[in-house]
Design a protein around this ligand. Sequence first.
Ligand code: ITT
Length: 184
Amino acid sequence: MTDLQIITSNNGKLREFKEIFGDSKYIPVQNNIDYPEIQASSLEEVVDFGLDWLQKTTKPPFVIDDSGVFIDFFNGFPGVYTRYIYDTIGLNGVLRQMEDVEDRKCTFRCVLGLLTESGEKQKFVGECSGTLIKELRGKGGFGYDPIFIPHGFEKTFAELSSDEKNSISHRGKAMRKLIDFLLK
Ligand code: ITT
C-alpha cells in the first residue's frame, strides 16, 4: 500500500477520494496546506498554477482537485468561482438568482492535478451534466449536491448513495483516469 497526499481543505472531496480509491493500492492522505488559487478563466489554469506553486514547497507525489459547476443560462458562471458563490450567497442565494430561469442545465467539472515523484505533471478531467432543481433535497454529499440532479436520474446527488454518486460524478470519472495512470 502506498500513501498518496491529497492537498485539500474540503472534507467532502477527501471522503470521495477515499471511497473511490477503495481497495486500490493507494491510500489517500489529507494534507491541508493552503495554496493560492489564482483568478483564472478555467479550472485547468487554477490547477496548473497550484501544481507549480506547491512543487516549490511540498514533496511529491500529491494530487490537487479544482472543481465547479457551470450553469448554461449564466454562460458557465459560477465555474471557477463556484466556491466563492457557495461561501457568499449559499445554495439559497443561487436558487433565488435562478427563480425565473427555465433553462436549468449545468455541468459539474473536476480537474485533478498530479505531481509525480519524478516531477511529472498530469491533469485528469471529469464532467457530469444535469439540472439544478428549485429546492434543496437530500442529506448526503456536500456543496451543491442537494440542488443537482444528474442527467438520467430523478434524485439529487445528495439523495443518491455515495457509490451511485461516485459511479457517475465528475470527480469519480476524473479519479478513475488518475487511478489508471497511477497503475500503469
Ligand atoms: P480545496 O481545498 O480542495 O481547493 P475547495 O472547497 O476550495 O477545496 P474548490 O475551490 O475546487 O474546492 O471549489 C469547489 C466548489 O465546488 C465548492 O464550493 C464545492 O462545494 C463545489 N463542489 C465541488 N465538487 C462538488 C461535488 O461533488 N458536489 C457538490 N459540490 C461540489
